[in-house]
Ligand binder design. Structure first.
Ligand code: GLA
Length: 502
């Protein structure tokens, strides 16, 4: 098999490693999925596929501005059993709260953005596969009915990319059942594009790491075209993920949070290009801050973030000022989602270009620094851990103060993690809720988890939410605060060799 092919796993060990108790848990999970599939659809699944969530270690809100990011895949994943049958796209979910959803087989169908549901992500993937094949000049696959059963273990709205895990797994399910071989980087690319149908303008990090993740290594993911480079984390480093227990659903809050930031960054790129003397026609084509960094840096002695402070003003920009500055109506520069954000900003405090661009340039610089520290041959472990921790802390400060994508609970949780001895701690993913990731020494991980549990989850502010989680999970918070190692990426599992349903 080629290095860039989606792996076809014959045994669960190939995906989940060899720890007997974890493997036993997965075997039980897959067996339950298989048997429910047979009950629901009256036939055996043809394939089971899986794709994981991720934790981003450094490089937040910069992928959609053209910069590399440094995440790792986590073990929590979405698994889908699939078979041909019927004349619809039939979706069921192992979670009893999710009723069956049926969709047409028309690849041109619209995704119903006003009604957010997990099924929409599967439709995105279905459309994405068809569009990818059309773009690649390959014949359209036959339109036969598909029956899917989904089981997701990536907590939703937690910043760990449950949506990308679902889109990527659904893409693999559609590809597998049609017998279409597509490379990892192709899936990463089209899965990122098709998720836009739900209305978020996200970058490609989540889908890329979900598909390209690998056990034992984090990845530096770069874009245009998407590619992944191994990053070996220092021995003795452990990352602890902790959920703030505030849900943040990117697709639901897109207009005033995620897409708002994309819009601010896009406008900052044009405004900076103009301020640096780029012609108006060319400046209007600069969609990414990465495309203007060089000219902005040149305007401030090589430091792009300093250039931003010089060339843009603090506080909000409003439509009239921007149109005068840019010399064109914003309708000519922005898409429908971005224009909605502009309209919202008009009624509020405007679009904050300086702070957002400053964050992007500074955060982008931390990514290669993080990789360089990990791989520095002459640096001892303690020095590496201290330097990585400092980068993570700086990232959190920038997300909080300049990008304003943290939240009261995230700040409180980060403070609890630092007080418990984290070498570095920051929000991970889009923010505004969801999880933090903290760097600790492996030997300290257990005491760290205990201290954070005491300080945050047992705190009167959080204890109600934490009690709910404990109740739903047999008294445990293991799914709320846990250590994480780099895990494997998306895979198709060969149903014939898994030994299920015997
Ligand atoms: C979400 C998006 C990613 C990325 C992060 C922030 O997870 O899907 O593309 O932009 O937010 O870093």
């Amino acid at each position: 098999m080629q290095k860039d092919s989606i792996p076809l796993a014959n045994r669960l060990e190939e995906v989940y490693g060899t720890d007997p108790s974890y493997l036993g848990e997965q075997h039980a999970r897959y067996t339950a999925l298989h048997s429910r599939f047979v009950d629901l659809y009256g036939c055996q699944p043809e394939f089971i596929v899986r794709s994981p969530g991720r934790v981003n270690l450094i490089g937040e809100h910069i992928d959609y501005m053209g910069y590399g990011v440094l995440p790792m895949a986590i073990k929590q994943d979405t698994v889908i059993a699939v078979a041909r049958g019927g004349d619809k796209l039939r979706l069921n979910n192992m979670a009893s709260a999710h009723a069956e959803q049926d969709f047409s087989l028309d690849p041109a169908q619209e995704v119903d953005r006003d009604n957010h549901s997990w099924g929409n992500y599967v439709v995105c993937a279905y459309k994405g596969v068809h569009e990818h094949l059309a773009r690649a000049g390959q014949p359209a696959p036959p339109l036969f009915g598909l029956q899917l059963l989904v089981e997701g273990r990536v907590p939703q709205g937690s910043g760990l990319s449950s949506s990308a895990a679902l889109v990527c797994a659904a893409s693999l399910a559609v590809l597998a059942v049609h017998g279409i071989a597509v490379s990892k980087h192709e899936v990463a690319q089209f899965a990122a594009e098709c998720e836009k149908y739900v209305g978020t303008q996200s970058g490609g990090m989540d889908q890329a790491i979900s598909i390209m993740g690998q056990a034992g290594v984090a990845k530096l993911i770069s874009f245009n075209p998407v590619r992944a480079e191994d990053v070996r984390l220092p021995d003795g480093a452990m990352f602890v993920i902790a959920n703030s227990l505030t849900v943040s659903k990117k697709a639901v809050s897109a207009d005033f949070q995620y897409n708002m930031r994309v819009t601010e960054c896009r406008l900052a790129a044009v405004a900076l290009a103009l301020a640096c003397g780029v012609s108006p026609v060319e400046a209007g084509q600069r969609k990414l801050l990465a495309e203007v960094e060089e000219v902005v840096a040149a305007a401030a002695g090589g430091d792009a973030a300093a250039g931003v402070d010089k060339l843009l003003h603090d506080g909000g920009y409003f439509k009239a000022e921007l149109e005068e500055l840019l010399g064109v109506p914003l309708e000519q520069l922005l898409n429908e989602h971005q224009l909605r954000c502009v309209a919202l900003a008009e009624k509020s405090t405007g679009l904050w270009l300086q702070k957002r661009a400053r964050h992007v340039f500074r955060e982008a610089a931390r990514v290669p620094q993080f990789r360089a520290i990990c791989h520095a041959p002459d640096l001892g472990t303690e020095a590496k851990l201290a330097s990585l921790g400092a980068l993570m802390d700086a990232s959190q400060a920038s997300c909080r103060d300049d990008f304003v994508c943290s939240s009261t609970n995230l700040d409180r949780l980060v403070a609890a993690c630092k007080a418990a001895g984290a070498l570095g701690s920051r929000l991970t993913g889009a923010g505004w809720g969801g999880c933090t990731v903290s760097l600790v020494r492996e030997a300290d991980a257990c005491s760290f988890v205990a201290a954070v549990t005491h300080a945050y989850y047992d705190d009167p502010e959080q204890c109600e939410a934490a009690a709910g989680e404990r109740e739903a999970h047999g008294g445990s918070l293991d799914h709320v605060i846990f250590t994480s190692r780099p895990s494997s990426g998306g895979a198709i599992l060969d149903i014939a060799t898994l030994g299920l349903g015997a």
